[in-house]
Design a protein around this ligand. Sequence first.
Ligand code: FE
Length: 304
Amino acid sequence: MGIMRIGRAELKVLDLEKSVEYYTNVIGLDEVGRYDGKVYLKAWDEWDHHSLILQEAQSSGLDHFAFKVENAEDLEKLEKKIELFGCTTKRISNGTRLGEGEAIRCELPTGHIVELYHEIEKVGTKVGVVNPHPWPDGLRGIAPHRLDHLALTGDDIETVTRFFTEVMDMFISEKITTIDGEEMVGSFMYARNGKAHDIAFIKGPDKKLHHAAFYVDNWYDVLKAADILTRNDITIDVTPTRHGITRGETTYFFDPSGNRNEAFTSGYITYADFPTITWTEDKIGQGIFYHRRELSESFVKALT
Ligand code: FE
């Protein structure tokens, strides 16, 4: 199978403790450890040791993101394919991160850093795997199930999309093209896992993060997420609405460092024979915000 899913993201934040407060009490992740000045977090429904790492830095944004592969041998196979594609790889040694084994690192055509890993400590969930309750006691804040996907910006969408489809064996659920269909200006891709997307790229400046999304149960939980944001005085970028692309339901907001987060739910299931859906650039407003049918300035311009 190779790539199973997006596994983690490391975000750069301006004030570590303020960010930990936000990600644990407003988003509702659990702090699982600290190592090398960084804080490791996981959502309640994730079995692996962590999915989010916070790093204090001078500027906000994405340090890197990573995919979990199914077998240890996948690392070597993908390492060769990445090199053949023309990207330089680097091995990240065992123990560089809390609870993790070796990883392969490379720089994407958009300048973002991506890693692949297989070994990670399994810590499980509080409900366990035998006769589990649907959710554990003591949830805080939005309490999403998991880190769901990232959306990044870059100049060369065609090449970065080719990297993910040809090298990583991922699939395009949806793409945005110019009206004449000549140029791809956005792509939404998934590993063969049934999700609508693990990673999305939108035309824009290289190396930037558009948002990191967390998965909640349903439409009501998106509404409740926005209630929780207001109760906590968090800046909301987009109030609850529906996406045309993925058909998911969503609300967007900012962490204390200005990194955009999303509470996302629903969307369709991608089977192996799922076709690629195309949106033309003139309909991008409807594609992103199905009701409002236009992009707001902050949604386009606020990148970290
Ligand atoms: Fe999203």
